[in-house]
Ligand binder design. Structure first.
Ligand code: UDP
Length: 412
């Protein structure tokens, strides 16, 4: 059964003072002809990762704007998620891809989910590749179909993208974070739209936390709040390079021995590889008491992520490949000086030297962290600039507005 995701309540009115001027009014105007529009979001998981993060805000806000919006999660057994993990990696360039049997399983699970898809929808939005076959397998279930891609498909392994491309092109529109993420072979097919993601400034993860409260929470996890802290929040995944972060931290300790590192990462339910990589990261940390490696099994939820980011003297996101990098947006929104990999959507968010630092290696990451830790004024300047840029470009009201425009366009 496709699982219905239970949604909280959000009110657009609460965002009036944070959103850029005119955004809420524009959303309300766009929402008028869309009252009662039945829109269904479908994703592979409701837990962990950027997709669920966004949907927990956008779907309730769509409802508050008067749309009949819902979110469901596909079902699939472990072998299916092993296959889609391979697919995810190969679409981002990894050589290993699905075997014929795995493709057969991929098609089979999509077909079963398509059969189970009930309702008569105005728009169905499919998120990421795992449920991409639903449009092919159940086209009659919705008037409009949108595929929302959250990953970078600019340099994919050619075999999986050749299989996916016809599926993408069957959609009325496909939505991408950046123009460069669209596979070159699409040649303008598939109704390409560019919409960067956004974070919810009022969610428990991003709402303003006092320094005292942040310190209180971090202290409970063994952080010495009087010593400097570097944090990376991300899934335990090779693309997020926690090993490189540990190398960078070791570089920093040579100049600033009292520094501490927190690696905070959840285990997504569709990410079996994550468990193995988590173990590898723990082994690499080699029992260093100043490296804290935490996950959701330690009860690290949104509030704790907020506390760690707010408390950090530097936030790091040393990704090697990155879809957009919501963790970067979150750190910038908290006014934290941020050092991040010069990949994917990260350069869209950070202007190197102005609103953070972009880096290409653990050594460079270490050097930038040392610079910030030794010069608090520099950290403040970067943090202020990063926060202001994020306010203007990457908060949820702007994203909701973009969605309403697309729904309106496809409906006319
Ligand atoms: N996240 C979290 N807890 C964790 C690890 C990640 O809440 O332990 C959240 C993180 O705060 C962010 C999202 O998951 O909101 C990750 O999105 P991002 O775009 O950075 O990466 P993705 O996981 O989608 O590749």
């Amino acid at each position: 059964m496709l699982q219905k995701v239970a949604l909280g309540q959000k009110s657009l009115a609460d965002y009036t003072h944070i959103a850029s001027e005119g955004t809420i009014e524009r959303i309300r105007a766009l929402a008028e002809p869309l009252q009662g529009h039945r829109v269904l979001h479908v994703s592979a998981t409701a837990f962990g990762g950027g997709v669920s993060e966004i949907l927990y805000t956008i779907v309730p806000l769509m409802r508050d704007a008067g749309l009949d919006a819902h979110w469901r999660v596909i079902f699939g057994k472990e072998e299916f998620f092993n296959a889609t993990k391979l697919l995810h990696n190969s679409l981002q360039g990894a050589e290993e891809t699905l075997t014929d049997e795995q493709w057969a399983l991929f098609d089979e699970v999509n077909a079963l989910n398509a059969e189970d898809l009930h309702g008569d929808w105005d728009t169905i939005v499919i998120h990421d590749p795992q449920p991409i076959g639903l449009c092919r397998d159940a086209p009659q279930k919705s008037r409009n179909w949108i595929w929302r891609c959250h990953i970078d498909l600019s340099e994919p392994n050619p075999a999986p993208i050749a299989r996916l491309q016809p599926l993408i092109e069957a959609y009325d529109a496909s939505v991408w974070h950046m123009p460069t993420y669209v596979p070159s072979g699409m040649n303008g097919n598939g109704g390409v739209r560019i919409v960067p993601p956004a974070i919810d400034p009022l969610s428990p993860k991003n709402m303003a936390f006092s320094p005292e409260d942040a310190a209180f929470v971090c202290h409970q996890f063994g952080i010495d709040v009087d010593r400097p802290l570097i944090t990376q929040v991300s899934r335990f995944d090779p693309w997020k390079d926690p090993i490189g972060v540990i190398d960078a931290y070791r570089g920093v300790t040579e100049e600033i021995p009292e520094v501490q590192l927190a690696l905070v990462g959840s285990m997504a339910t569709d990410d079996p590889e994550g468990r193995e990589f988590f173990q590898h990261t723990v082994e690499y940390a080699d029992g260093d008491p100043d490296i804290k490696i935490l996950n959701n099994l330690n009860n690290v939820g949104a509030i704790e992520v907020n506390a760690f980011q707010s408390q950090s003297d530097v936030c790091v996101q040393k990704s090697i490949r990155e879809g957009f990098g919501l963790t970067v947006t979150e750190a910038l929104w908290k006014g934290r000086p941020t050092v991040a990999g010069n990949v994917g959507g990260i350069p869209l968010q950070i202007e190197n030297g102005e609103s953070g630092f972009l880096v290409d290696s653990p050594a460079e990451c270490a050097r930038r962290c040392v610079e910030i830790l030794s010069d608090p004024e520099l950290g403040k300047r970067l943090g202020r600039a990063g926060k202001e840029y994020t306010r203007r470009h990457f908060l949820s009201p702007r994203l909701l507005c973009d969605w309403m425009e697309l729904l309106t366009e496809l409906d006319s």
